[in-house]
Design a protein around this ligand. Structure first.
Ligand SMILES: Cc1cc2nc3c(=O)[nH]c(=O)nc-3n(C[C@H](O)[C@H](O)[C@H](O)COP(=O)(O)O)c2cc1C
Length: 387
């Protein structure tokens, strides 16, 4: 049945046939889903460039904002002063809304001298390879103050504050809400979604098992929350009243339509944005993302002490069974040589965070990627509606 006659029939008849119902649902799905979150975030397209701490930068985030999506800066590994500076830089490059993201960790268990010694003993060869001095145990124990990071984000009165791996204390939630900063928490299971909604967040990112980077799990072991998007997204959508953002393995229009069909109001893409021209990722990293297969990624703790999905490389294989410090101490222990490896494209010695969809990544300008995502979405919707 032709689409136009379908519309006329719907107008003139009392009874809506299955075909007409399907047509209306598919045709207006994005509109229905658009209702709330897109307006709330004030973005042109229902797409969020995922925060990618350690890889993104203000120029990249602003380019995302200027392309009509919500740009997000992963600020976990930078100091409060650097956060303030980065926010000012973003504001200097765009007048569009953006998000700042932090990890919301439980109180840290400071590692013992013995644990640090054990970890340093097998990491020594990497310090030597990259001609770096070994860190002192004291410097390993010194972490950026998470409260000072939160204060820097609060003081900057950012449009959106997103977080993962937990929920900031009530006093922070209240302070952000008081100044109308929108709050977005991350859930990897239904229980976490409930807890986030109760805490008063404005939206939830449902991070499925395909996702690149750190697992956001904060209730139960991460292994129990390795839930694929097809199962996770509708269950979180059903469990909460607030909007849900789908994250994990979404690379093109097909993935976007699938996420919207499952009830998400927007999608958050990390890996797809890593390979664009404006992405600060090294060319060798971008190439690895595009060339690896879905089964070439793995969940590993070897780089940071926290579970994260990345492309399997020599460092993972060699150190899989070695003693680790808890996150983020292990992260800072391996940071100096990973930084050099990153900058010089020595991809066997650094974390290559990537989701399972990496093979579908494209090398385009950021604005071209966003345009092609939206064009593909429309094509897929029209194709479904005409079937
Ligand atoms: C390189 C990289 C770094 C990431 N860093 C963060 C981060 O700092 N904060 C966060 O909430 N999520 C982070 N994530 C996870 C993303 O928010 C998102 O869940 C994930 O990218 C979605 O899966 P995809 O990569 O398959 O699109 C990161 C992901 C990648 C690929």
């Amino acid at each position: 049945m032709a689409l136009n006659s379908n519309i006329n029939l719907v107008k003139s008849s009392q009874v809506i046939t299955f075909d007409q119902h399907k047509y209306l649902l598919i045709k207006y799905l994005p509109l229905l889903n658009k209702m709330f979150l897109q307006n709330l975030l004030k973005i042109q397209y229902p797409i969020i460039q995922a925060p990618m701490a350690g890889t993104d930068n203000p120029q990249f985030v602003a380019a995302a904002c200027n392309a009509g999506v919500l740009g997000s800066l992963g600020a976990q590994y930078i100091t409060p002063e650097e956060i303030t500076k980065a926010i000012a830089e973003i504001r200097g490059l765009t007048d569009k809304p953006f998000a700042i993201n932090l990890f919301s960790l439980p109180p840290l268990m400071v590692p013992t001298e013995k644990q640090i010694e054990e970890a340093l003993s097998y990491l020594q060869k990497y310090y030597e390879k990259f001609e770096l001095a070994m860190p002192s145990a004291e410097s390993v124990k010194t972490m950026i103050d998470p409260e000072a990071q939160l204060e820097a984000v609060l003081q900057a009165r950012v449009p959106v504050f997103s977080f993962t791996l937990g929920i900031p204390d009530k006093k922070w939630i209240q302070a952000f809400k008081q100044q109308s900063t929108l709050l977005v928490g991350t859930a990897t299971n239904v229980k976490e979604a409930h807890v986030l909604e109760l805490a008063g967040v404005d939206a939830i990112t449902a991070q499925s098992s395909e996702a690149g980077g750190h697992r956001g799990t904060f209730i139960g072991p991460f292994e129990d929350s390795m839930i694929g998007g097809l199962a996770l997204i509708p269950q979180i959508v059903d469990a909460v009243k607030i909007p849900v953002i789908a994250a994990g393995g979404i690379m093109d229009g097909r993935g976007i339509v699938a996420a919207l069909a499952l009830g998400a109001q927007a999608v958050q893409l990390g890996t797809a944005f890593l390979t664009v021209a404006e992405s600060p990722a090294h060319a060798a990293y971008k190439k690895a993302i595009q060339e690896h297969d879905a089964n070439d990624t793995t969940i590993t703790k070897v780089f940071s002490g926290g579970a994260a999905r990345g492309i399997k490389n020599k460092f993972i294989v060699t150190n899989n069974d070695k003693p680790l410090l808890p996150f983020p101490y292990h992260h800072s222990l391996t940071r100096s040589f990973r930084k050099i490896a990153n900058e010089t494209g020595q991809i066997e010695y650094t974390n290559l965070w990537s989701g399972q969809g990496g093979h579908l990544a494209k090398e385009l300008k950021l604005s071209e990627l966003v345009k092609s995502l939206m064009t593909e979405t429309k094509i897929v919707l029209n194709k479904l509606a005409s079937q």
